[in-house]
Design a protein around this ligand. Structure first.
Ligand code: HBI
Length: 357
């Protein structure tokens, strides 16, 4: 494929490197690295204060968007004064001639609405499942009016939208697996990784490990302090060890010896980057059979899929995971399906389809 001049416009809810952008931060960084390795040139537009080593970055000032997952389904589309989202897309408008393709990473109404206003084609990588009527409507509209310009991370995510998205591309995700050390023997703890917020369902993982009196190490940004305190006060004897929010490389090293990663999403997790990160380290994944993780975990082979919201099911899986799952099979699945190269191939095919149509 000819080398492309690519312009990435980042998420609007936080500067890159702060963790507030959740999975999108890692996805954007990994794509920039993978596509640069394939010979493309990438420029990233992101909120002021962003950091992204080795990639040319344009920092834009302005006020952040409210995170979409904290709003209701009837939420109105809102923009703060001096919106960083508006400023990023105005800047993209002024420089678009210098690029073959623009990729939007924000889960916000504006970039989807602007699709026909740009002469340079825009691809939208949708980072979450359905959250509101207004976003469903604009994403579905772009999916049908501009076929192949919408990409998602899983089938479940695509199916969560109403009306159903047509012509979308399932990119899954991909990671720099060299950052993930394979750990053949586990130490005596379980892991939970993610933004600490209600949609991530930490309370179920705590309930399950509390049953065994086992240790649960928790990594991630405490996005909802009240929720965090409520979980800990509900299980006062649970051995929860908060490990803070670590950059990828450090998280991988700390996570690698876990007996298993426990994923308890209460929402349709669009993908579940942490599932791949765990598998890459040889850590089996015990997850609710909901959203992206249900398309990643091979139950009985690289972990266990459990009936959603069934804590007893989590307990049953935890009881047998250590004896029954071969940790090298976990690493093998990550290498085959979720390497940066595998992801770059899927993304290049997506780009080709956009540029053709
Ligand atoms: N909310 N409004 C809005 N815009 C985003 O780009 C956005 C978000 N919430 C979460 C989010 N992006 C990222 O954390 C995703 O990785 C989930």
């Amino acid at each position: 494929m000819r080398s492309l001049r690519l312009l990435f416009v980042s998420t609007s809810v936080g500067a890159l490197g702060t963790g507030l952008g959740g999975g999108v931060e890692l996805t954007l960084k990994n794509l920039a690295i993978a596509l640069a390795q394939q010979g493309h040139s990438i420029t990233v537009i992101a909120p002021e204060g962003s950091t992204l080593e080795g990639v040319s970055l344009i920092e834009i000032p302005g006020n952040l968007q409210i995170t979409a997952q904290t709003q209701g389904r009837q939420t109105l589309i809102t923009m703060p004064e001096n919106s960083v989202l508006g400023n990023m897309w105005n800047y993209a408008r002024t420089v678009q001639q210098g690029y073959d393709l623009i990729v939007n990473f924000a889960y916000d109404w504006l970039p989807f609405y602007l699709t026909p206003f740009f002469t340079t084609p825009i691809g939208h990588l949708v980072s979450m499942g359905s959250l509101s009527e207004a976003m469903d409507q604009i994403i579905s509209h772009v999916a049908s009016s501009y076929p192949h310009t919408i990409a998602v991370h899983s089938q479940a995510q695509a199916e969560s939208f109403e009306p159903r998205l047509e012509f979308v591309r399932n990119l899954q995700n991909g990671f720099d697996l060299s950052q993930y050390p394979f750990c053949a023997t586990a130490q005596d703890f379980y892991a939970w990784v993610g933004r600490i917020a209600p949609e991530k369902g930490l309370e179920d993982a705590v309930a399950a490990i509390d049953h065994f009196g086992a240790t649960l190490k928790v990594w991630g940004v405490i996005q909802d302090e009240a929720y965090w305190n409520e979980v800990r006060s509900r299980y006062p004897k649970a051995k929860i060890e908060y490990q803070g929010f670590l950059p990828t490389a450090e998280l991988a090293i700390a996570l690698a010896p876990a007996i298993a990663l426990i994923m308890t999403p209460k929402w349709v997790e669009a993908f579940g980057n942490v599932a791949i990160e765990a598998l890459a380290c040889g850590v089996p994944v015990i997850a609710y059979a909901r959203g992206g993780p249900a398309e990643i975990v091979r139950s009985g082979e690289t972990g266990y899929l459990v009936e959603p919201d069934d804590v007893t099911g989590l307990i049953g899986a935890i009881a047998q995971v250590e004896e029954t799952i071969d940790r090298s099979r976990c690493r093998q699945q990550a290498e085959k399906q979720y390497s940066l190269a595998a992801m770059a191939d899927r993304v290049e095919a997506w780009f080709e389809q956009i540029l053709k149509s």
